[in-house]
Design a protein. Sequence first.
Length: 111
Amino acid sequence: MAHDVHTPGGHDDHESTVRAYLIVFACLAFFTFASFAANFAAAPEHAWISKFISFVIILGVAVAKAALVGWIFMHLKFDWRKLYFMIVPAFILGTMMMMVFLPDMVLAWQR
């Protein structure tokens, strides 16, 4: 006879995860609006802020959005320890690939 095994707080964990997803979604929507507003404010017709300030705002918003997506939607918050088993081999293989292809690129460039 199969019994359902319930972990303590299992239902609450699901609700908190959905709540976190909705909060991040609202933050992403707000940040997207902020990017469009910064771009609109730097348009030549308005020029309320400089293009450099607009660039800094849009770049900051992009970094914040990427961090939120990586932290919550890509589960870095929950699976941080598992990341090392994926990232370390990728860095090793990437480094080896650069070392293998570097002589070919240098020799082909000199011809």
